[in-house]
Design a protein around this ligand. Structure first.
Ligand SMILES: [Zn+2]
Length: 76
């Protein structure tokens, strides 16, 4: 089974349509449970969770207070 997500532009409700695996997504407007036909296909965001993988603390420029001899440890 394939599942297609739709959102109604009238009542702003999301619903899903299940189709056989050999069937394409419904080409025409799919009415929402309330009967509206102003619906649009919603593609599920599966491969979106990426982009925030910057290395933390890899090359942080030192200096300017905070580190040793910057006033925190009192060696200077
Ligand atoms: Zn609706």
């Amino acid at each position: 089974m394939a599942r297609y997500d739709y959102r109604c532009r009238v009542c702003d409700s999301s619903f899903e349509v299940r189709r056989g695996i050999t069937e394409d997504a419904p080409a025409s407007a799919v009415p929402c449970p309330a009967g509206h036909t102003e619906t649009s296909r919603v593609f599920s965001a599966v491969a979106v969770s990426r982009g925030s993988s910057a290395p933390v603390g890899a090359s942080v420029p030192m200096g300017g207070g905070g580190g040793c001899c910057g006033g925190a440890c009192g060696c200077g």
